[in-house]
Ligand binder design. Sequence first.
Ligand code: MRU
Length: 353
Amino acid sequence: MSQYVETFKTVEWTPQGVSLIDQRVLPHREEYLVCRSYQEVADAIRAMVVRGAPAIGVAAAMGIALGIKQSQASQPSLLQDEVAQICETLAATRPTAVNLFWAINRMKSLFSSLLARGVTVPEIKLRLEQEAIAILNEDIAACKAMGHHGASLIPDGKTVMTVCNAGALATGGYGTALGVIRAAVEQGKQIDVFALETRPFLQGARLTAWELLKDGIHTTLITDNMAGHFLHTSSIGCVIVGADRIAANGDVANKIGTYGVAVLAKENNIPFYVAAPLSTIDLAIPSGERIPIEQRPSSEVTEIQGVKIAPEGVAVRNPAFDVTPNRYIAAIITERGVARHPYTQSLPALAKK
Ligand code: MRU
């Protein structure tokens, strides 16, 4: 691969509504779902049509713009209750990825400032649409900047392990963790990727493998329980993952299974990196214990792609994320640079830059 070429759009604003590549049916079918109302956007986020922290934020911003575009309100003040209702519906979809709440708050503050300035209803509709598109474009730019800052951390000629999907499918485009890998490949480095399949939703097997193979990046798929074996026996240069929420002390919530891989990486002296935009950093939360962890339906564990694999009546737990304590994290790569220990100092410094 020389330069990355975009071959699909994860989230897109269209005249018909918010278009999403349907991540439930990849890699077998490349289908797009057009959400024609904010409720449909909320349903799509909950059902994982769109997933990945930054992509969820972009989709929510577009959902708000779409909901307001369809409003019948004649006066700007009459939009207030609708904005509140739309934001509440979208905020109730998934609790862990803070990008969702970051994007909702950004759209809400823009609306309040437009209201205070006395602008007209058509102008509010246009400005909210422009803001949602700006959030998408800024996210792509942030991913490219993470690639720029993080590529030098990826060793040439080695294997890089990743968990879940933190690629173009999880962002506006290009990706966070996969963006860093892409940038390293664009610099001419020889990199193989070990993708963990990521039970139960199989983001690694279905999504990471799909998008990296499209790019011509050599990818080996392994099951989650093989991570320790390969970290111990193969020439793995580093592990790099994305994040759903990073607390002020650098604790990172990411896809379930990440914590175990981080511990195994440390045990084997392999650096463990996190790549995430500043919109994923939640400085209001002092440590990972306070990050809400989404619990998903038991059917995701008892079935694989609709096929039952467990006996009827078995008890099931299905937390979608875990928290990796900051001591396992060698660096956090953001669009403004690379943060290292102590994160209580380096993260606010980057946020202020
Ligand atoms: O449940 P998902 O698929 O939304 O979880 C996604 C992850 O955990 C990603 O690693 C994270 O959102 C970072 S995506 C750039």
